[in-house]
Design a binder for this molecule. Structure first.
Ligand SMILES: Nc1ncnc2c1ncn2[C@@H]1O[C@H](COP(=O)(O)OP(=O)(O)OP(=O)(O)O)[C@@H](O)[C@H]1O
Length: 251
């Protein structure tokens, strides 16, 4: 599904060339949940953003579903991007629009058939468990709920691929598990291939079947994994108390 071949992204920093991503080759198959992990500055986000050409590679090719995105015209690229959704650490919702309108705008931009937009928007909000919040504004939601809106918006146009840039890094552990469950459901029930960048080991180990470790812009290693699973979400005070006691409270 995705073949990045000898991809390099070079920036000029302090008048010298700097390779944020340096000659990387990776291959993501249909149905994968593919993780990219590594220290801050390793080049993870830059690599991810080259998959939909949000960053244009300085060198190398980006083939998604048989199409080399680096060779497309602007119009062709806009079309190809319609089958690639993306979510971000800080959600990137439109603050002066309701939850429903955030999703409707995405459908409008994707030229989704006008008559079917409302039904589709409500369907994806239901899928992420937020249909009751459709009339609210982003500021009225928790971080986890905002990320679920962002996910609903990203999958509204039925993409084949979902790119996730540190999707749980602003969230607490329980909310992280909820978001990971939604991502896994999207992969399993909708057949969407997922690439997820994270510096959180637990996140990568819980849902990914293949992981690339990046360092200094290069691939250090790519390994197959058996996903460990997400574990239960628990928001009860009893759970917090138990965790604190296990971690060495004096009480
Ligand atoms: N637009 C840019 N101009 C110049 N340098 C950049 C630009 N974008 C990223 N970089 C540099 O490229 C390197 C890789 O950045 P990138 O954001 O891909 O790393 P990362 O692994 O995702 O890090 P983090 O986990 O902190 O987000 C960093 O050193 C960063 O400073």
């Amino acid at each position: 599904m995705i073949e990045l071949t000898n991809v390099t992204k070079t920036y000029i920093q302090h008048k010298t060339k700097f390779h944020a991503v340096d000659n990387v080759t990776i291959s993501v198959k249909n149905g994968d949940i593919y993780g990219v992990i590594g220290r801050s500055g390793a080049g993870k986000s830059t690599l991810l953003r080259m998959i939909n050409l949000l960053e244009i590679p300085t060198k190398g090719s980006v083939v998604v579903d048989g199409q080399d995105l680096t060779q497309l015209t602007g119009k062709q690229l806009r079309l190809a991007r319609q089958s690639i959704g993306m979510i971000f650490q800080h959600f990137n919702l439109v603050s002066n629009k309701t939850i429903l309108d955030n999703v409707l705008v995405a459908l409008e931009l994707a030229n989704y058939p006008k008559k079917e937009r409302m039904e589709r928007a409500l369907e994806v909000l239901r899928f992420v468990g937020l249909e009751d919040h459709a009339a609210k504004y982003p500021s009225q939601l928790s971080g986890g709920q905002k990320q679920r809106v962002a996910i609903a918006r990203a999958i509204a146009n039925k993409p084949k691929l979902l790119l996730c840039d540190e999707p749980t890094s602003s969230l607490d552990p329980n909310t992280t598990r909820e978001i990971l469950s939604v991502l896994r459901k999207i992969n399993q029930e909708l057949g969407v291939t997922i690439v997820i960048v994270s510096h959180e080991m637990d996140v990568i180990k819980s849902i990914c079947n293949l992981v690339t470790i990046m360092d200094n812009g290069k691939v250090y290693e790519t390994i197959g994994l058996k996903p460990e699973g997400i574990g239960d979400s628990d928001h009860t005070p009893e759970w917090f108390l138990k965790q604190l006691r296990e971690d060495g409270s004096r009480a």
